[in-house]
Design a protein around this ligand. Structure first.
Ligand code: FO1
Length: 306
């Protein structure tokens, strides 16, 4: 059994590659960027993973459903609502049914399980916690929800800090803790280390279980040199005072993670990372199509020795 800790857009390609190589996979998902909109509970990372594995994800955008229509949003605009967060019609059905189920007393873990069945997704996709964690960004223009910083204001403001509201009190999903405990390999996906992986590592029970199993935990770097594959990872790292490089990633994860996979272009820093008591593997980590997604997942499964 393999467990992977994943965000959304930055992680889904690797998760898809992994599923094509092995069957018994738990995907533990970030909830820090969940967002309430028009009374609907949107869980971007959970949905991106489920849509990706169901092969209905809009791969060009990296979120939402391929060829979705936007009639609902157009109508909200007519009603005078803000429409900067582009929820498609089919995607809206996911948020609506999830919200109703929450209101009827179901927890997010059970709802996500149900969603996997409905989308015929075999992997066990689960939230890292049933409690609320909200990733908020401090900027030169004030403090705001991650979705407002990134989508509404297009990531233009200067990042001064990141907070994970609720993470200190959040109880980990017991199934996620068991999955980490029982897996032969635990992978940290190449998601944004501060906004996708960071919120999960702030949950004490998750951090403790990973630390205990450190030798079996491997991270895949989301950076080549000082450039992220997607999104604002480099900006957030710089704002948090972390070196923007795979070495900076290794430093962030070194207490929970015994190995890291970096790009071959970065192999000159292998020794420096090894000094953090981490094993280092290098290969092509840039995923540009199905072939390179599968190749990276296969490399991790075949080469990482725990
Ligand atoms: N990202 C955008 O850049 N613009 C959007 O309008 C947008 C809408 C959206 C709707 C549903 C959903 O699940 C995700 C959506 N995202 C959108 C992606 C999201 O903002 C982030 O990329 C993730 O939260 C980070 O993993």
């Amino acid at each position: 059994m393999i467990t992977i800790l994943a965000g959304g857009t930055g992680s889904v390609k690797f998760v898809r590659g992994l599923i094509s190589q092995t069957r018994d996979v738990n995907v533990v998902c970030n909830v820090g960027d969940n967002y309430w909109l028009y009374g609907l509970y949107v869980c971007p990372d959970i949905d991106t993973i489920i849509y990706g594995l169901a092969d209905i994800l809009d791969y060009e955008k990296g979120w939402g459903i391929r060829k979705d229509t936007f009639g609902f949003l157009r109508q909200m605009e007519i009603f005078g609502e803000e429409t900067w967060f582009r929820i498609g019609d089919r995607d809206a059905a996911t948020h609506l049914i999830r919200t109703n189920m929450l209101k009827n007393g179901k927890n997010l873990a059970d709802i996500t399980k149900w969603m996997c069945e409905k989308f015929a997704v075999e992997a066990k996709v689960m939230p890292v916690t049933d409690n609320t964690i909200e990733t908020r960004i401090n900027t030169n223009k004030g403090e705001m929800h991650l979705q407002e910083y990134w989508v509404k204001y297009k990531g233009k403001d200067k990042v001064e800090g990141i907070q994970y509201i609720g993470a200190d009190k959040a109880r980990p999903n017991p199934e996620a803790v068991n999955a980490i405990h029982d897996s032969e390999l635990i992978i940290i996906a190449p998601g944004n280390p501060l906004t996708s992986i960071g919120p999960m590592l702030q949950i004490k029970g998750i951090r403790k279980e990973l630390s205990k199993n450190r030798k079996r935990v491997v991270a895949v770097s989301p950076l080549i040199g000082n450039k992220a594959f997607s999104g604002p990872a480099a900006e957030y790292m710089a704002a948090a005072g972390i070196e923007v490089s795979p070495y900076g990633i290794a430093q962030m994860y070194s207490d929970v993670c015994g190995s890291i996979v970096i790009d071959s272009k970065d192999r000159l820093i292998t020794k420096k990372i090894q000094n953090l008591d981490m094993k280092v593997y290098d290969t092509n980590i840039k995923m540009t199509n199905k072939l390179t997604e599968d190749a990276l997942a296969s490399f991790v499964l075949k080469n990482v020795r725990v």
